[in-house]
Structure formats: structure tokens, C-alpha cells
Design a protein around this ligand. Structure first.
Ligand code: NAP
Length: 432
């Protein structure tokens, strides 16, 4: 294992150990959750446009299926490796339990830089990958979705490939599909919207005047753009934004719709990935991604990749409130420093759970042959996010911890109940 592989999963497991202290679950629950149920590594051959053959490494991890079929996105990124996928699948297990949807956790990905592929190569890669993992996925077993550098277009190719292999339409095998292939209204902005509903609860609890709240967003993709758009519409000041090439800062705040338009109009392939950069906008002060995190703002929204706040820079973070749209943006060591400094961190397994929640709505609609109106999707999402935010905030106050530990404790109790109900040693030793 490389350092990246072992570190990120080991770091994820530390969350389990700290939640175990408060959750009072059967010790066998913890034993069960220390390792994934199934890990799959596949070779993904792709015929390139020039006729040559390339073989990429693909991964799928089904972490725990006690609460339901495993669920989690597929990522295309050069850094994807087994350790990262295991950590992401672990987080998905807890995320689904946090929002109380009947899923276990899974995740997958391909180690590839999709920006170096043509559209046809990207499609061949997506079809080849799904063919390799097809024996392990299915509407009742494991259900993929989009993640970093994958999107609805790619989910559509994958759903089509799976239907060919299965010999029938199986829309419930994958979520985040285009509307035309059984996608759900409201899935496109669900992750940002879920985080927005959490921020609205902070606004209520802390009696914020949105026009005084300065927000920095790291990552200007699906998650980052939508939360920024919704906050901007409510009067929040989005003062900084970044993508993989760097960031921009404007203390008076950006016109967010223009910033989104600029970023998206320069995409090489519509809806597939971006080639343009927010850094190219005029009328701004350039900042690096590292500097953006340390800006004097009120609300920081890491919305790109993991491990960006570590023990190295945590003490320099000025924002008193951090809402994690990215998965795993803060390491355990970084987290400890943020807590010492009294920062309130709304953890990823709650803050970005809007995506998987609306994916669940999509799966429910696919299986029932229904198509919900947008208002219904929004209202159901708001109910779940507001309810679980409230429960976790209250638990945080009751057990006197940070919000992350409270969220893990909340999820671990649900996982513990399910594992216990499915039969553990505790059941056999109970005297009744
Ligand atoms: P996305 O649409 O592919 O966008 C990713 C964004 O992050 C892009 O703007 C990208 O820049 C930027 N980025 C990539 N590497 C970066 C780096 N090293 N530093 C700063 N910015 C960087 O992905 P997404 O769906 O928004 O996902 C972002 C995060 O949210 C991930 O952690 C993902 O797991 C999490 N999440 C997403 C969903 C979902 O439904 N999409 C659900 C839950 C959690 P370029 O545009 O320059 O490439």
C-alpha cells in the first residue's frame, strides 16, 4: 500500500473508534465495521482513438450492506486507489445511516485523468468499467452514482451498458442518470441543496444576517456551484471560489450566476468536465487553493477533494464555521486542531448527504414507476436534512462533543441496531 492508500482509510477508521465511545453499541458492531465486506479490483481495457489499447485500474468496494443495498458514487481521478475507495465506501455507510435511508455504503472509481480522454474514449472507458463490475452491482445489491469527474451523461452510458448485459432495462441499478433515462428531477443540485438546508439551520440557530456572512467555496463543480448559487440567492456574500487550477477572491462578493456561467461555458464536453478555470475571470484577486482555505471569512465550504485541512494548516483556518461538501476534506489531526479552536464543523456525512438522499428518491421512483414533481423532491429532501441536522446538533449538545462525533454516533446507533437485529453474539447471550 502507498501512504495515500493506507493513511486515508486508517484516518477514516479513527472516526469509528471515537464514535464507539458514545454510541454504546455491541462491540461486535465495531468489529464488523472495521473492514469492508467486499473489495473488487478490475482491469479496464479501453481501445483509444489512435487504435492503441490502454488498461486502467478500476475499483468497487461494498463496505457494509446490513441496512440495505450498498450505495455510492464512481469517481474518475488519477489519485483513485483502493485505500481511497475503501475510505469513501466507509463514509457512505455512515452517511446513509445518518440520513436514515435504507442503504449500506459502497464506492468505486477508475484511476484515470478523464481530461486527457476524448469523449469517445470516455464513453468506451465507462462502458468497459461497468461491464467489469456488472456481476457485483444491481438494484438490490449495489447501486453506483456520480462523483468527482463523473456525471449524468456517464451514468446514462453505464445504465445503457448494464441494460445490455442484463438483457432488460434496470434503471434502479444506477442513480444520477439523465432525466430521459429515468433520472430524478432535483438530483442535479441535490448535494449543494442538502448542504444549503444545513446552512439554513445554522442561520436560524446563530441568527445570521446573510448579507454579513462571507463565504469561501473550494471547488467549483457540482457540489460547490449549487450551494453557492442557493446561498447567493438568499443574500450571502460568496467572496472566494476555486477550481483545480487555483482560486479568486473579491471581498465585496461575486455575482455567482456569472461565475457559474463563465466556468461552464468553457467546458470542452458539455456536461462531462470542465477545461475552463474560474481563475481566468477578471476583476478579482488571485489566490491559491491553500490561501483560499485561510481567508478571513465566516463560512468555509470545502467542496473539492479530501485531506485539504490537515495538522499543517488547521491552526491558520480563520472561518468559525466549516460545512464539508467534499468527502473527507479534514483529516483527524486537522479536526482536533479545529475543535480546540472552537470551530463548528458540519461533517461531510451530514452536509453532503443530499446527493445520496435524492439518489434514493430516484431509485424509489424507478422501482415504483413514478416520477415526482421537483417540489416534492425538494420538500422531502428538506424534511430529511432538517430533521437529521436537528437530531445531530442536539446529540452534540447532549454528549458534549463536536458535530462530527455526534453524527458518527447517531449513524453508529442505527448501524448497531441493524447489525444487532440481524444477529450478533449479543443476541445469543441475552438472558430473557
Ligand atoms: P465535480 O463536479 O467533478 O467538481 C469538482 C471540482 O473540484 C471542480 O471544480 C474541480 O476543478 C475542483 N478540484 C479538483 N481537484 C481540486 C483540487 N486539488 N483543489 C481544488 N479544487 C479541485 O465534483 P463534485 O461532484 O462537485 O464533487 C466534489 C466533492 O463533493 C467530492 O469530494 C465528492 O465526493 C463530494 N460529493 C459529491 C456529491 C455529488 O452528488 N456530486 C455527493 C456527495 C459528495 P476543475 O473544474 O478545474 O477540474
Amino acid at each position: 500500500m502507498t501512504d495515500h492508500q493506507s493513511d486515508i482509510f486508517a484516518d477514516a477508521l479513527q472516526r469509528l473508534e471515537s464514535a464507539a465511545v458514545h454510541a454504546a453499541v455491541d462491540p461486535e458492531t465495531i468489529t464488523r465495521l472495521r473492514q469492508p465486506e467486499q473489495v473488487i479490483q478490475v482491469a479496464v481495457p479501453v481501445r483509444m482513438d489512435d487504435g492503441s489499447l490502454k488498461v486502467f485500474s478500476g475499483y468497487r468496494v461494498r463496505y457494509n450492506s446490513t441496512r440495505g443495498p450498498t450505495k455510492g458514487g464512481l469517481r474518475y481521478h488519477p489519485q483513485v486507489d483502493m485505500g481511497e475507495v475503501k475510505a469513501l465506501a466507509f463514509w457512505m455507510t455512515f452517511k446513509c445511516a445518518v440520513v436514515g435511508i435504507p442503504y449500506g455504503g459502497g464506492k468505486g472509481g477508475v484511476s484515470v485523468n478523464p481530461k486527457e480522454l476524448s469523449r469517445m474514449e470516455l464513453e468506451r472507458l465507462s462502458r468497459s468499467f461497468i461491464a467489469r463490475i456488472a456481476p457485483f452491482i444491481g438494484p438490490d445489491t449495489d447501486i453506483p452514482a456520480p462523483d468527482v469527474y463523473t456525471n449524468a451523461t456517464i451514468m446514462g452510458w453505464m445504465a445503457d451498458e448494464y441494460a445490455k448485459i442484463a438483457g432488460k432495462q434496470q434503471p434502479g441499478v444506477i442513480t444520477g442518470k439523465p432525466l430521459a433515462l429515468g433520472g430524478s428531477l432535483g438530483r442535479d443540485d441535490a448535494t449543494g441543496r442538502g448542504a444549503y438546508y444545513c446552512i439554513k439551520q445554522l442561520e436560524r440557530l446563530k441568527r445570521w444576517d446573510p448579507s454579513r456572512i462571507r463565504v469561501a467555496v473550494q471547488g467549483w463543480g457540482n457540489a460547490g456551484q449549487h450551494v453557492a448559487r442557493l446561498l447567493h440567492a438568499d443574500g450571502y456574500r460568496i467572496v472566494a471560489a476555486s477550481d483545480s487550477r487555483g482560486g479568486i477572491y473579491k471581498p465585496e462578493g461575486f455575482d455567482v450566476p456569472s461565475l457559474i456561467h463563465f466556468k461552464n461555458e468553457t467546458r470542452q464536453l458539455k456536461g462531462v468536465y470542465c477545461k475552463g478555470s474560474v481563475c481566468e475571470l477578471i476583476d478579482h484577486q488571485p489566490v491559491t487553493n491553500e490561501e483560499l482555505l485561510e481567508l478571513d471569512v465566516d463560512l468555509l465550504l470545502p467542496s473539492a477533494v479530501e485531506n485539504v485541512i490537515t495538522e499543517e494548516n488547521a491552526a491558520r483556518i480563520k472561518a468559525p464555521f466549516i460545512v464539508e461538501l467534499a468527502n473527507g476534506p479534514v483529516t483527524s489531526a486537522g479536526d482536533a486542531i479545529l475543535q480546540q479552536q472552537g470551530k463548528l464543523v458540519v461533517p461531510d456525512i451530514l452536509a453532503n448527504a443530499g446527493g445520496v438522499t435524492v439518489s434514493y428518491f430516484e431509485w424509489v421512483q424507478n422501482r415504483a414507476g413514478l416520477s415526482w414533481e421537483l417540489e416534492e423532491v425538494h420538500s422531502r429532501l428538506q424534511t430529511i436534512m432538517t430533521r437529521e441536522f436537528g437530531a445531530i446538533y442536539q446529540l452534540m449538545e447532549e454528549i458534549g462533543t463536536d458535530m462530527r462525533t455526534a453524527a458518527y454516533t447517531h449513524a453508529l446507533r442505527r448501524l448497531g441496531d441493524a447489525i444487532q437485529a440481524s444477529g450478533t453474539m449479543g443476541w445469543f447471550t441475552d438472558s430473557e
